[in-house]
Design a protein around this ligand. Sequence first.
Ligand SMILES: C[S@@+](CC[C@H](N)C(=O)[O-])C[C@H]1O[C@@H](n2cnc3c(N)ncnc32)[C@H](O)[C@@H]1O
Length: 314
Amino acid sequence: MTAERLPVDKRGSNDKGIDPALALILDRHWRGETSAPVALMQLLIETEDAGAVAKAVANAAQGQAGGVKRDTAELERLIAANGAGCERIAAMLRADMDSAKPARTVEEGIAFCERLFDWSVQQSEEASVALYSLGNPELLSAATDEIVKQLHEWGAISPSTALLDIGCGIGRLLTALAPRVRTAAGIDVSLEMVKAARRRCAGLANVSVVKGSGAGLEEFEDGAFDTAIAVDSFPYLRQSGYELVERFFAESARVLTPGGRLVILNYSYSGDDAADTQEVRILAAASGYEVLIAGERPFALWDGLAFFLIKGTA
Ligand SMILES: C[S@@+](CC[C@H](N)C(=O)[O-])C[C@H]1O[C@@H](n2cnc3c(N)ncnc32)[C@H](O)[C@@H]1O
């Protein structure tokens, strides 16, 4: 459920009256490193308590940082408009279904993801794919729009594109991209996600959604796609095991045409951009990809880390 489980550095700002971990999250937001929805998501992950989040923001508004008054208007507006969504997300986090622990085996990791996403999509479809949506369809749609715009700017999609969405979740990208590509196929390990995606994509003649085994892309033929995207799904593959990530790199290369594109938005939730970038470069080289973009954060609303790879033509 894209919990973005970033380790929070407890040596953050010394705002009086605010937990240092929460102060650090707020500082990052005020430095312009995170949007208000992402900051709220991080506060919810840290506290698992919507009331505590509202209190931390209110305290910050009262100028606790060495008497410096912070502009909390946007955060307060979002909290007021998404109270029920924030409560639901806090309850989802308290249910402790998610875990940042690496899986002991790939099979266990895949089974864990299947259980987690079958459950979370039934709590909130929007939050299950993006906690920073705060469960709000409009916020999720704004975040989806910025991804679609970026895919266009990179030249990753066009009306002739056969697109694959790896870990498609509820199909928010399939529905947004369907009118802009020739065909769009989604695959996901969670049957409940697949059901939600099929419902949302009903009536879109060029879209198909399949339930995958979680172990690869065996449903698809060699060279079937021009572009593959994986939005916030690699962190779960990575958590299931490096071996599974290697398999998905090789499999994506197999199902792409020569010169085909692979877009990975978030590779892991390690919080270590340099390590993620290095790992992606190694995996890309091993599967015959050229790396065009590695480790950039091109979005305003979402803090996703972007990788744009091209399959070699040799
Ligand atoms: C955070 S959600 C993101 C969903 C979608 N990409 C989006 O951005 O709206 C991660 C998705 O990856 C899927 N997933 C996790 N492990 C997977 C695997 N081994 N194979 C296929 N899908 C997987 C989950 O079921 C879930 O739907």
